[in-house]
Write a protein that binds this ligand. Sequence first.
Ligand SMILES: NC(=O)c1ccc[n+]([C@@H]2O[C@H](COP(=O)([O-])OP(=O)(O)OC[C@H]3O[C@@H](n4cnc5c(N)ncnc54)[C@H](O)[C@@H]3O)[C@@H](O)[C@H]2O)c1
Length: 316
Amino acid sequence: MSPTLLVRSSLPTVSRSLAVARLPPRILLHARFNSTLDSAVAAKAKVVKTLPDFSMANKVCMVTGAARGLGNEFCRAFTQSGCTQLAILDLKEEEAQEAAQELVKQSCVDSDMEPGDYNIIGIGCDVSSELSVQQAYRRVMDTYGRIDSVVASAGIVENYSAFDYPFDRIKRLYDINVHGAFFTAREAARHMIPQGGGSVVLVASMSANIVNIPQPQTPYNAAKAAVKHMAASLAVEWAKKGVRVNCLSPGYMLTKLTRTILAHDTELKKTWESLTPMGRMGEPEDLAGAVVFLASDASRFMTGSEIRVDGGYCII
Ligand SMILES: NC(=O)c1ccc[n+]([C@@H]2O[C@H](COP(=O)([O-])OP(=O)(O)OC[C@H]3O[C@@H](n4cnc5c(N)ncnc54)[C@H](O)[C@@H]3O)[C@@H](O)[C@H]2O)c1
């Protein structure tokens, strides 16, 4: 390693300047040149801009099924993009509130922000109950007075062959995955239309487009196809009223939902990976850019669309 590099990489700033002062003239010149470069880079870093339309600052957001899994990751993506007003909805109020506190804590790490700068709340809500969804929206409106971006992420999956699937469980799956998404979107639009508009993101799945193998999950696949077409249909109903509705369709992602399935079948992960062109399962944060795009003004001319984030699964 050159002396300059050694000085640059191995010492803290104060010791670095002392060490630089003791260097012979040729190396000193080199070190000064590099330190000028460092300051130029630092100065330049200050003026680097990103597209403002991707910012979630000043937007009130709400995510269902957000105490954990993808929903929780969507909340993190929003706060990382400047959102400070956010409602986390999940079945158990206590878990939603814990997730809210945890998110505030995380958002203050390596940041100038303080806990008091955030207004993040946790609300207990069962999306399969229209009344429960309406009550949750009322609390969101009472707290923030408006709602700009909503993500319907609450969902479940089960693997039964068609002949073995008990009807009460099929019904429960549709109640959560289909009717839950509908109630969430409809209440969003009821509040967004009078305020001039907003963005709704329904979390579907690549299963809306393909049939997963080898595990049987017909009602889930059909439910996700329904969610995808629901987004398109609602988009048309509300397009002129300023409410955009799009859907986000993940491929196989590593969350509790998939870990529960994989716990019973260790070979299944290898099968899923081999069927995915990118050769791996997705991490929840792989969806961060797509959800911020759909929820923010960056996608302002987009409605009724689907974004697939699946490592290429659906293209083969
Ligand atoms: N993980 C994947 O590979 C994957 C792939 C494609 C689509 N999806 C979809 O993404 C969404 C989130 O999945 P995940 O992997 O984060 O699942 P997850 O099981 O990790 O988390 C789902 C969350 O939803 C909550 N929830 C369940 N029923 C609810 C209800 N009735 N009301 C309110 N909240 C409820 C759960 O408590 C949980 O916190 C689901 O709609 C799922 O179908 C997931």
